[in-house]
Write a new protein. Structure first.
Length: 149
């Protein structure tokens, strides 16, 4: 089963009133999901992941490095742990810059996790107000990456 389909399944589960579901696919893949408060537990044949599922929201947060409040806007958070890259290769231009207009689905950055390059797409239409992480910085799950207004 493809990563995007599993990701969509987790989001659907997080948005539904279901508390658990077990699925056996014809290809032998087995998925078991169970909600515990704000968490969705995903189990497959050999791995187990716990992902917090939250709806995007307009918030104001304070950055540790800058010690200042971020402008209110839509915050794009990291969906995984990994290394942040703002451009597709070291000698390329960044995917986005402050002041640039973006549409839902536009690639904002790459997060490398376990030697896989994962493109992070915008969840919102708007303008990049702030980029909250530096090139090659290690990011945690849920860490704010961009503010889009």
């Amino acid at each position: 089963m493809e990563y995007e389909k599993i990701k969509q399944l987790m989001e659907d589960m997080g948005n539904s009133k279901l508390t658990s579901i077990d699925i056996d696919f014809p290809d032998g893949t087995k998925i078991s999901m169970k909600k515990e408060e704000k968490q969705v537990v995903v189990e497959s044949l050999s791995t187990k992941q716990v992902l917090n599922v939250e709806k995007p929201q307009v918030i104001a947060i304070e950055t540790e490095e800058k010690g200042q409040e971020i402008e209110k806007g839509n915050v794009v958070k990291s969906p995984m742990v990994g290394t942040f890259y703002s451009k597709p290769s070291p000698d390329s231009e960044p995917y986005v810059t402050v002041g640039q207009k973006v549409k839902k689905g536009d690639v904002l950055c790459i997060i490398e996790a376990m030697k896989l390059m994962n493109e992070i797409e915008s969840e919102f239409d708007g303008e990049i107000v702030e980029i909250l992480v530096n090139e090659e910085e290690t990011v945690e799950y849920g860490k704010p990456l961009f503010v889009i207004k």
